[in-house]
Design a protein around this ligand. Structure first.
Ligand code: NDP
Length: 472
């Protein structure tokens, strides 16, 4: 029986778009459905607008540094509305680029929700049924609020980009990528930022020395970071008044449709009013109500679609990539998974996406760039040497600004391979991309040592550290 299309992609984010257009380029008949804006989380409500906000937020510190060099310019006030208008226009432009990428390769776009009605049929929101030889699920994920009374009062990351005005104060809840990035962004924009993290140190899973360096810098820049602290109750500030959460019999906002000023009660019992609260408490796969049960596709306890090394589900014609599979939830990984899918299914070249030694960066201020094993994980595995340097680099030291850079290599004592590299500095995202090549190539400490330094730079430390700071 012939099908309407060779491939139906559900989800128009980075992974889905890459798979759709590369499959179409092989001559396959491809359709793609997206029920929100084309481009998905990364382009519309994630990496791209976030990075533009990072840039916007850095100018205040840049102005302070400039004064240290003799400039008299003051930064003045940050105008959120001006930035928002430019951001909206840029996202419109990028969405257009993504659409063009699809249509120019012949992909048919359906701007509506789609769900599987059986393994070989996709049903669109308007009732149209499309039969497909292969289906690729690339529906991404969504931010989740914790189970706290009146949690609907808190924003999630999607809401940040649509704020009408900057709040005067914000409580950020969480200690992962999104929490730390937005704490720094909002602080840089002049918002009074408090951050609660439930554990003893933010950025769990990253190298201990790196995460404590970032935490220290965040605090020095004015973020009120409170660890071992969480929110236990929320009330609308207007309902509680200045008294806060004294009453438990009123102030419920179960039906609240909008976020707004809150009075938050913390695990320590403290009650404080904030103009806004941001829950950055993790994300969950978008696997509900897309017909997985009807098609017989299995999900794990977290709701992530279970796939093999080739991104194939238990149903041979159905594949899944990106955050909905909850492997490594990063845009470039989803793109690689999409590309590998096309190689496997449409080019007769079975390709398993490589999830080993993926570098990443947390866009805090300063940034944290990381690839490979943390010192702690490496020590569990084998005997190691640690080479680590912390310093205030020339640029900020001369300008009289506080700063602390960390350059760190974790080295295997037996193979001499660099097992991990962790950088905390301005531009660490850019630096770790390059070091990632060396670590991925399996280069040794001696290979790093043979490389002549570029002087004067911060990263020359990576090729000049002679004596281990620690060895086990
Ligand atoms: P993360 O999983 O990184 O962090 C979630 C944070 O919320 C953790 O600190 C976690 O604490 C905390 N948390 C979870 N549940 C609760 C709760 N009930 N109460 C209080 N705190 C809670 O998720 P993010 O949302 O920050 O980011 C999601 C993913 O998106 C990242 O893992 C990353 O893959 C990707 N991303 C990548 C970026 C980049 O590359 N720069 C930027 C943004 C996102 P605990 O540590 O104790 O579990």
């Amino acid at each position: 029986m012939s099908c309407d299309v060779d491939l139906f992609v559900i989800g128009g984010g980075s992974g889905g778009v890459r798979a759709a257009r590369t499959a179409a380029a092989t001559g396959a008949r491809v359709a793609l459905a997206e029920d929100r804006r084309m481009g998905g989380t990364c382009v519309i409500r994630g990496c791209v607008p976030k990075k533009l906000m990072v840039f916007a937020s850095e100018f205040r510190e840049q102005a302070a540094l400039a004064r240290g060099y003799g400039w008299t310019a003051e930064p003045g006030a940050f105008e959120w509305q001006t930035f928002r208008a430019k951001l909206d226009a840029e996202l419109d432009r990028l969405e257009g680029v993504y659409r063009n990428l699809l249509t120019s390769t012949g992909v048919t776009i359906h701007d509506m929700r789609a769900r599987l009605s059986d393994p070989g049929t996709v049903e669109l929101e308007d009732g149209t049924r499309v039969t497909a030889k292969h289906v690729l699920i690339a529906t991404g994920g969504h931010p989740v609020r914790p189970d706290v009374p009146n949690a609907a009062l808190g924003m999630v990351s999607d809401d940040i980009f649509e704020m009408e005005a900057l709040p005067e104060s914000v409580l950020v809840v969480g200690g992962g990528y999104i929490a730390c990035e937005f704490a720094c962004i909002l602080n840089g924009m002049g918002v009074e930022v408090t951050q609660y993290y439930r554990g003893p140190q933010i950025l769990r899973g990253f190298d201990d020395e790196a995460r404590s360096t970032v935490a220290r810098r965040m605090q020095e820049q004015g973020i009120d970071l409170q660890v071992n602290t969480n929110v236990v109750d929320l009330r609308p500030a207007d309902a509680c008044g200045a008294e806060g959460l004294n009453s438990t019999s009123n102030g419920s906002v179960e039906s609240a449709s909008a976020t707004g000023p809150v009075v938050a009660k913390s695990t320590s019992g403290a009650k404080q009013r904030f103009d806004r609260l941001l829950f950055a408490t993790g994300r969950a796969p978008n696997s509900r109500d897309i017909g997985l049960e009807e098609a017989g596709v299995a999900v794990n306890q977290r709701g992530a679609i279970e796939v093999d090394a080739y991104s194939r589900t238990a149903i041979p014609s159905i594949y899944a990539i990106g955050d909905v599979t909850d492997r490594i939830n990063l845009t470039p990984v989803a793109i690689r998974e999409g590309q590998a899918f096309t190689e496997t299914v449409f080019k007769g070249n079975p390709t398993a996406p490589d999830h080993d030694l993926v570098a990443s960066a947390v866009f805090t201020q300063p940034e944290l760039g990381t690839v490979g094993l943390t010192e702690e994980a490496a020590r569990e595995q084998e005997e190691i040497e640690v080479y680590s340097a912390t310093f205030n680099p020339m640029r900020t030291a001369f300008g009289g600004r506080p700063n602390q850079v960390l350059m760190k290599l974790v080295v295997s004592r037996s193979s001499r391979k660099v097992l991990g590299c962790h950088i905390v500095s301005d531009g660490a995202g850019e630096l770790i991309q390059m070091v990632g090549i060396a670590v991925k190539a399996g280069l040794t400490k001696e290979d790093f040592d043979r490389t002549v330094a570029v002087h004067p730079t911060m990263s020359e430390e990576l090729v000049t550290m002679q004596t281990p700071t620690r060895a086990t």
